[in-house]
Design a protein around this ligand. Structure first.
Ligand code: 5GP
Ligand code: ZN
Length: 112
């Protein structure tokens, strides 16, 4: 098991975990790009968005729900926040385990 996020899920690598249930886990990004930078990660090892199957779609819905809840808890819900999923090399995906970034707490720069 050489996947960093699978190791965080298994508790083998420490992280600041903010939420955990049967399906997903959420923790603070180790190298934050904004004052609030969380990662919402499915426990299932899915390589990327491009590897999602139809049966995984409820999981993605759940990830978005958890992100919205965490945005409220982190106090960024009113001012605004961004959810990002990088997929593949040109999008800058570094960890080959599907994850949703929650970014907020400052005016975010333009994308692309
Ligand atoms: P990606 O570039 O794949 O979309 O995002 C991967 C994110 O995971 C990066 O923002 C990076 O800072 C974060 N990250 C990588 N390794 C670790 C780690 O060991 N712990 C935590 N908390 N975040 C990590
Ligand atoms: Zn994994």
């Amino acid at each position: 098991m050489d996947c960093i996020f699978c190791q965080i899920i298994a508790g083998k690598i420490p992280s600041e975990i903010l939420y955990r249930d049967e399906e997903v886990i959420a923790f603070r990004d180790i190298n934050p790009a904004a004052p609030v930078h969380l990662l919402i990660v499915p426990k299932k090892h899915i390589l990327s968005l491009a590897h999602l199957s139809q049966t995984d779609l409820p999981l993605v819905e759940h990830m978005i729900n958890v992100a919205n809840q965490l945005a409220r808890e982190e106090g960024v819900s009113e001012n605004g926040y961004r959810l990002v999923i990088n997929c593949g090399r040109e999008a800058g995906q570094e960890v080959p385990h599907l994850h949703l970034h929650l970014l907020g707490g400052q005016r975010l720069s333009r994308m692309g």
